[in-house]
Design a protein around this ligand. Structure first.
Ligand SMILES: C[S@@+](CC[C@H](N)C(=O)[O-])C[C@H]1O[C@@H](n2cnc3c(N)ncnc32)[C@H](O)[C@@H]1O
Length: 383
């Protein structure tokens, strides 16, 4: 096992994160009386208020990042005063910030009767909040600071006009290469459960994996999905298609994960340049939500040409099943992801029915739909 790479399959039952470590409520609605009757309005106001203060979480975490709090705490436990001095900040204000991070379960705090509180960063948080970890969220923090804050502030404008160009056509998502350089590192943590579910899908479909296979990872980002697959399937080779600045990130990471000999990145524009042919697995992870219906169709058309006879297309993305009553976690996340795409300049979370229609038009068909914590995986092959 490579240090820093665990999939949930590697976790012993006792190590599995317990659900109470999820995001915890900040409003004790159990204390609201009569929430079904005359207290309904007040109860609703509490719920809306809790949504509105979601802004506090990135505010506090990003301030600590900006101040260098996580870097300092990674060297060992510190008091608020020690942190204030190390980060050149005000003592009282630093204590307030640290208690906020403690409230969010980001740092631990131990207090004694006679001494000041001591803050410490759990090892798993260190991996997430410092820049060098494979699953670091620092790139996501940087991306949010560069792009997301102003984008969300202006969402109403996007709703007024939609993400359309001067001739009224829907446009693809407009994130630039500089922003992607941050973002792709900050979303690596999505990969392990997606790859685990994908492996389960191969097994369920009886799709042979114990043979040489060619993987094409379209818009591979850091390439983690194909790199994790290569670590499981020793006879496979993978090629990523990427923009130049991101390609070097993927190459370095392939070295780090020990799969560089079987992983290459080709600096190619996946719209205008060749994908080759005869690929056994085409991977599109977080690519379809950047599309319009027309460009999604085009990707499937190109896939059809590039896929081997018994090859499989894997689309891992935020797909909506549209089961109105169920409102599953995946659907709720996907619907909100669509809002985030609207805020950041294009893209959508498409319905599974839309995918099925595009697949059928292209001579392809859906083989399976799998759930993962924040994504669904649509597996497809030739019809
Ligand atoms: C949302 S990221 C997804 C990255 C990766 N698949 C993942 O899920 O971690 C989209 C990636 O597609 C790449 N990309 C977008 N348009 C591209 C194009 N026309 N040709 C090659 N790569 C492209 C971007 O540079 C970016 O790294």
């Amino acid at each position: 096992m490579t240090p820093g790479v665990n999939t949930s399959a590697d976790l012993e039952a006792d190590d599995a994160p317990s659900p109470e470590h999820n995001i915890r409520p900040l409003v004790d609605t159990a204390l609201l009386s009569d929430w079904r009757g005359s207290g309904k309005v007040v109860h609703s106001a509490h719920r809306i208020y809790e949504h509105l203060i979601s802004l506090w979480a990135p505010g506090a975490i990003e301030a600590a990042h900006d101040l260098g709090v996580f870097a300092k705490l990674s060297t060992g436990p510190m008091t608020g005063d020690q942190l204030a001095e190390a980060c050149q900040a005000n003592r009282r204000a630093m204590r307030v910030l640290m208690d906020g991070l403690y409230a969010y379960d980001i740092v631990d705090r131990s207090s004694t009767d006679d001494g000041p509180a001591v803050y410490r960063m759990p090892e798993e948080m260190r991996e997430c909040l410092l820049p060098d970890g494979l699953f670091s969220l620092v790139g996501k923090i940087e991306y949010d600071r560069q792009l997301a804050w102003p984008a969300w502030r202006n969402l109403a404008d996007a709703v007024r006009h939609d993400n359309r160009d001067e001739v009224g056509e829907l446009q693809l998502n407009q994130i630039n290469e500089h922003n992607y350089a941050s973002l792709v590192r900050g979303i690596n943590f999505w990969a392990p459960p997606v790859v685990e579910a994908l492996r389960g899908g191969f097994e369920t479909l009886d799709w042979p994996t114990d043979r040489p296979a060619s993987v094409l990872d379209v818009g591979c980002g850091t390439g983690l999905y194909s790199q994790l697959l290569l670590r499981h399937f020793g006879q496979w080779r993978a090629t990523g298609l990427e923009a130049p600045h991101i390609a070097s990130i993927a190459e370095e990471q392939a070295e780090r994960l020990g799969v560089a000999e079987r992983f290459e990145v080709q600096v190619r524009d996946f719209w205008t340049e060749s994908w080759g042919s005869g690929h056994d697995l085409l991977l599109f992870v977080n690519i379809f939500h950047l599309q319009t219906p027309e460009s999604a169709r085009e990707l499937l058309h190109k896939s059809k040409q590039a896929l081997s006879e018994n090859g499989m297309i894997c689309i891992a993305d935020h797909l909506v099943t549209g089961e109105q009553d169920a409102k599953s976690i995946q659907d709720r996340f996907a619907m909100l992801f669509a809002v985030s795409m609207l805020a950041t300049g294009g893209g959508d979370a498409f319905l599974v029915d839309e995918y099925d229609g595009w697949l059928a038009e292209t001579g392809l068909r859906r083989l399976a739909l799998l759930d993962t914590p924040m994504h669904r995986i649509l597996l497809a092959g030739h019809a």
